[in-house]
Design a protein around this ligand. Structure first.
Ligand SMILES: [Cu+2]
Length: 175
């Protein structure tokens, strides 16, 4: 049996081992000049057919690049959407050309703005799971990523006031 000192030493050891694991939860990816921070999707209720995906993209290069497409293991396809509010009316549209990432710029796909839309979900997105997928950039190419499935409020430390986004309207094929 562990005495107190042994237990303290054991706890210190586990803290040292586990802390880097927690740090990894803010996961990042890099391809060419493009850095991708914490791709995540919001958990979905059972029966939901779409899920919203978010991430921050930084272009360290001297030329603009463009996020042109994405895939996920849990959906038939992934679309790139933009949500905006015009004259008090929320609109959502698919952006066929993708999202430009200007040279030296950081672009956030976040609730209320640009986002990825996983269409025709094959299963509910469960908080705590990771979803495998890919992101393709016009210049940098394709990078494999994992989307962390977060709770309804999104990841801790995400922009305050960002409203939970209702993607139910995307159930219509017209979207
Ligand atoms: Cu959308």
């Amino acid at each position: 049996m562990l005495n107190r000192i042994g237990l303290a030493a054991a706890l210190t050891f586990f803290a040292a081992v586990l802390l880097p694991v927690f740090a990894v939860s803010a996961h990042e990816y890099k391809i060419g000049a493009i850095e991708i921070a914490h791709p995540w999707v919001r958990m979905t209720p059972a029966g939901a057919t779409v899920g919203g995906g978010y991430l921050v993209i930084e272009n360290d290069g001297k030329e603009p690049d463009r996020l042109v497409s994405a895939t996920s293991d849990v959906s038939d396809r992934v679309e790139i959407h933009e949500m905006s509010v015009k004259d008090g009316i929320m609109t959502m549209r698919m952006i066929p050309d993708g999202v430009e990432i200007p040279a030296g710029a950081k672009v956030a796909l976040a609730p209320g703005g640009y986002h990825l839309m996983m269409q025709e979900l094959k299963k509910p997105l469960v908080q705590g799971e990771r979803i495998k997928g890919t992101l393709t950039f016009a210049k940098a190419g394709t990078v494999k990523v994992e989307f962390a499935v977060e709770g309804m409020g999104g990841p801790k430390g995400s922009a305050p006031g960002a409203p939970p986004m209702d993607h139910s309207m995307h159930g219509m094929p017209a979207n």
